[in-house]
Design a binder for this molecule. Sequence first.
Ligand code: SF4
Length: 326
Amino acid sequence: MTKKRILSGMRPTGKLHIGHLVGALDNWIKLQDDYESYHLIADYHVLTTRLETKNIYNDSIEMLIDWLACGLDPIKSPMFRQSQIKEHTELHLIFSMLITVNRLERNPTVKDQIRDLHIEHVIYGHLGYPVLQAADILLYKGGAVPVGEDQVPHVEISREIARKFNNQYGVVFPEPEPLLTKFARLQGLDGNAKMSKSLNNTILLSDEPAIIKAKIKKAVTDPNKIRKGDPGDPDICLIFSYHKKFISAEVLEINAACRSGALGCVDCKMKCASKISELLNPIIEKRHYYEQKLNEVTDILLDGEKRARNTAQVTMNEVREKMKLG
Ligand code: SF4
């Protein structure tokens, strides 16, 4: 039986953090055996919020190294830069004729981004980036897209565009389904709902144990638990939320010891830091390997781009044929 194809991608922002691991990569790694996966380095999407591109190549390579270090397999799954497959822009143009401005303005995810990033003047490319995303997915005939809940409205837009194209010109595209990830979000070290490099509240996948300890030391906890002996409330503690994600085996004891006051925040934080370091250790080792073998990394990228281009060209030939543009 042929495997269903999925498309997943990230904007290249350089080295990744543990939020990327629990929110996306763990899931991608599990899915790569059951699906035919395509992994997109979404370098055009960066332009929607940042025009500066001088580091974009290096940022893409750093992200690719993290993908590989975490266990994504380049033999199973092509990894490629969006900008190197020209068919993305061509399909995006065609798709932009199939959706109204009103529909894009109603998209709650873009509305939230505009509010959160305090964007005063929205550029055309930002409003339309779900259309580019539809092209990213449908160019590879992705039948499913692993996403967090905030991205579900975008998958719905892809489905609408696929339907509209198929009705207008004849069936080419599947209607992709969202594949929701279990842990879509990890809080930042400052307690912010989102871990993000722009908020400077991350633990990077490449952080060595001493750096992780130093970062965790400064993280917020239950503000009412001042010293060991004070009863704490794990339900409002960021560190406890990390424990739940990373050391589920001891989570009940930590919960009880925090509430009784038997466990102090300093010890609790160090336990958390050690566990995260232990988890990241094999990733860091693999990262060091790839840092020494940059030629290998570049070859993986070029091979992924060749394979992605082949698939994209087949789809675009079909599109042009259906549209009588051949
Ligand atoms: S003991 Fe641990 S779980 Fe309890 S408040 Fe302190 S850091 Fe949080």
